[in-house]
Design a protein around this ligand. Structure first.
Ligand SMILES: Nc1ncnc2c1ncn2[C@@H]1O[C@H](COP(=O)(O)OP(=O)(O)OP(=O)(O)O)[C@@H](O)[C@H]1O
Ligand SMILES: [Mg+2]
Length: 277
């Protein structure tokens, strides 16, 4: 307990006037957004606009050289003021993250079963071995990895890119977090596999009430998962609205340009993909 009384609030995550500087460079310039339990916020913007830095700030994984002001509240508790041991208790337990490149995020010398088991034991050190294994298998089944009990002892390189992303998602959700941060989770995958992973994320959200911060440079992809969308440019949020309103009637010139650059949104791509299994 930090002695801080959590403010009763609908939001699970509340980012309030967050500013992140690296020396003279302002990477994030006073952004604010909320994510309610079970809701997905899409954070969209061009390369360098500050999306990843924002997600690392929520996980408190930024380099010590980063200067942060503002507040990041999770269940009313300011993460920027939380001692590191308390933060370690949240990270991977209540707030989990998946990254763009599934190969680099997995340890090549450990079997996938061992890696996910490690994630379980980090937060449940007293759990019996058999129980840990059961949780790992359940989460691999949850992400629809085929043949899980046989493949538990396989190494990351023995899987396809799409399967590795499923394994990373299994590792992220194995402790049943309330918030999942997904930073470009499908960018490295081809379109068909991308659609399957998006479908999986939607299912996890529906079945577990998982809230998501979904980061992408691709509006068409974001449209498939987000309830609300925040558009970032040069470290600022220039437009933030319900997804269908933003796509139907973008207000900011930068959003209009992003939409114009994503012709697939209104035409071919979304429709056939939505029917893929
Ligand atoms: N450790 C760091 N030191 C200095 N500057 C940094 C550091 N990390 C990020 N930046 C800067 O912060 C800005 C935002 O970077 P960020 O990685 O958040 O962009 P992004 O929106 O995720 O881009 P992309 O779509 O390419 O992933 C960039 O100008 C980047 O150079
Ligand atoms: Mg990034």
């Amino acid at each position: 307990m930090t002695g801080e009384t959590p403010t009763p609030h609908e939001a699970l995550l509340q980012v309030d006037n967050l500013r992140i500087r690296f020396g003279e460079h302002t990477a994030v310039d006073g952004i604010s957004f909320d994510i309610a339990p079970g809701q997905t916020l899409g954070l969209v913007g061009e390369s360098g606009s500050g999306k990843s830095v924002t997600s690392f700030a929520v996980m408190r994984l930024l380099a010590p050289s980063a200067r942060l002001t503002g507040a990041i509240r999770f269940r009313g508790q300011d993460l920027l003021a939380l001692p590191e041991d308390k933060m370690r208790g949240l990270r991977g337990r209540e707030i989990a993250m998946i990254f763009q490149e599934p190969m680099t995020a997995l340890n090549p010398v450990l079997t996938i079963g061992e890696q996910i088991a490690e994630a379980v034991r980090a937060h449940h050190p007293k759990l019996a071995k058999a129980e840990v294994r059961e949780r790992v298998l359940a989460s691999l089944e949850e992400v629809a990895l085929p043949d899980v009990s046989r493949r538990y002892g396989d190494y990351p390189h023995q899987f396809s890119g799409g399967q590795r992303q499923r394994i990373l998602i299994a590792m992220a959700v194995v402790n049943q977090p309330a918030l999942l941060i997904a930073d470009e989770p499908t960018t490295a995958l081809d379109v068909t596999v991308q659609a399957q992973i998006l479908k999986l994320l939607r299912r996890l959200r529906e079945q577990h009430g998982l809230a998501m911060l979904f980061i992408s440079h691709d509006l068409a992809v974001t449209a498939q998962v987000a309830d609300h969308v925040a558009v970032m440019q040069h470290g600022q949020i220039v437009e933030q609205r319900r997804a269908e309103d933003l796509f139907r009637n973008p207000q900011h010139p930068y959003t209009q340009r992003l939409l114009a650059a994503a012709p697939t949104m209104r035409t071919d791509r979304a429709a056939p993909l939505a029917t893929l299994r």
